[in-house]
Design a protein. Sequence first.
Length: 241
Amino acid sequence: MVVAATCLVAAACGAGGDGRAVVTVFAAASLSDVFAEMEVAIEDANPGIDVRLSFAGSSALREQILDGAPADVFASANEGVMRDLVGAGAAQSPVVFASNRLVIATPAGNPAGVGGLPDFENDSPLFGACSPEVPCGSAAERAFIAAGVNPSLDTEEPDVRRLLAKIVDGELDAGLVYATDAVAAGSSVDRIELPAGISRSTSYPIAVLTDSSVSAEAAIVVDFVLSEQGRSLLVEHGFGS
């Protein structure tokens, strides 16, 4: 079940109405598909746990956690974001569980004929990336700098899934997204790999949050993500281990 990043009822914080322990997981938007599968697997293996997922850009989730939003586990698409929470005493002992990389995604068939990063300097077609405040945006900035490209961007989206949706819908001719999101979009997009050395790997850390009222159950969720079954699901969705 995907829930908002705020606790609207008491049942969403600690114990559900059916007596199960509610574990609220804040996770980077790029983890949406694989964590939805993990939710089912965790609940099947642990009948006493009700996993509730909330997805957004990692930086936005960090701010919500620091502002006191109730959550038990945080999975970030950026180690710096996690370090901020550890430094603030809000997260405990993070572990890197996956990696990702950027690719160029275009609508199916690549109707604008985008060939690579240098095309992003043109005023047309329409290009997009994530906002620099979120991990996929900061990774895009690094890729442009490494390629010596000064991009002409028509939009900077707050998370990678919103950017991907605009590409799939044909509102953009190309954008820099995570490889896993291009995989999730299937035949709706074409994918162009970046040159070696341009697309650097992005690491994903996960941690139990300090203020969790169900820390034992939250640890079970983290252990599943780190398990062989969890890693297998991550690889199926295009993540590096």
